[in-house]
Design a protein around this ligand. Sequence first.
Ligand SMILES: C[C@@](CO)(OP(=O)(O)O)[C@H](O)COP(=O)(O)OP(=O)(O)OC[C@H]1O[C@@H](n2ccc(N)nc2=O)[C@H](O)[C@@H]1O
Ligand SMILES: Nc1ncnc2c1ncn2[C@@H]1O[C@H](COP(=O)(O)OP(=O)(O)O)[C@@H](O)[C@H]1O
Length: 285
Amino acid sequence: MKAPAKINLSLDVLHKRSDGYHEVKMVMTTIDLADRIELVDLYTDTIKIVSHNRFVPDDERNLAYQAAKLLKTKFGIKRGVAISITKSIPVAAGLAGGSSDAAATLRGLNKLWRLGLSLDELAQIGAEIGSDVPFCVYGGTAIATGRGEKIEHIPAPPSSWVVLAKPAIGVSTADVYRQLDLQSVKHPDVDGMVAAIKEKNYEKICSLAGNVLESVTLKMYPEVAQIKEQMKRFGADMVLMSGSGPTVFGLVQHDSRMHRIYNGLRGFCDHVYAVRLIGERHFLD
Ligand SMILES: C[C@@](CO)(OP(=O)(O)O)[C@H](O)COP(=O)(O)OP(=O)(O)OC[C@H]1O[C@@H](n2ccc(N)nc2=O)[C@H](O)[C@@H]1O
Ligand SMILES: Nc1ncnc2c1ncn2[C@@H]1O[C@H](COP(=O)(O)OP(=O)(O)O)[C@@H](O)[C@H]1O
């Protein structure tokens, strides 16, 4: 199963809720940077995680493990499964790698165990694992509200290159939300972004992109601001941090400029990627 990363083209936080989560309004889209999940039937009643990445837990803390466990419990499955995860998405990066692994596991086990669940049902189960999992179940492009689990599909943005750069730090999403001061943030125009995407207006998408969590992470890690500056200087059409960070992405349409940004950033950053913005749901088929 393919488990692609997401970026947030717009991310607003409306208020803190009584359950500790924050009410959000965001636009998320799928990009062509994906982990690979392989599911193999086990005839012993266990869930085994195989991953050769030292940042990825191989026990019940793994979101893919939690996905399998939930399905086993809900549907009384007595078989086991070995879940092999080949990571390409950097960990704790704001790209929903773990959430996408969980979503791919849900989609895959639905087939392997012939559960016959719809994507809507899988997304509902995914919400029990994490706020970003429902979006990852569908992929594509969507407005996410609630704590992120309510999904409204919208068309794909015009295609472009996405250059990503992740400094050598991992960010805790909970920490970033905790340190957000809603009195002092500049709220992005999420409705404007949705309109721009529907109009396929690339320039407007670039000018309206915004993320309220960016200022929090920039304060904690000045290297994120440096990467933003460099990406702008090398000629990206827009530059923004994804999710709670620390990954910074830039959109660019011209191949030659994509190469300039990619090569320029590789001197500063170990993790640099240049991939296509996908934004379509059939990418997962
Ligand atoms: C910021 C975003 C933007 O897409 O992505 P990432 O940076 O993680 O990729 C998401 O809101 C992250 O979603 P996800 O990573 O699934 O979060 P969860 O596991 O549900 O929650 C982790 C913690 O973040 C905080 N949290 C999360 C979502 C939300 N709407 N409000 C919150 O306050 C809570 O403290 C929660 O305990
Ligand atoms: N399958 C997984 N892949 C990556 N990280 C995972 C996975 N399962 C659990 N985690 C844990 O979740 C944390 C957040 O990881 P990730 O989903 O990559 O980041 P983000 O929420 O910023 O997009 C990591 O620190 C890691 O310990």
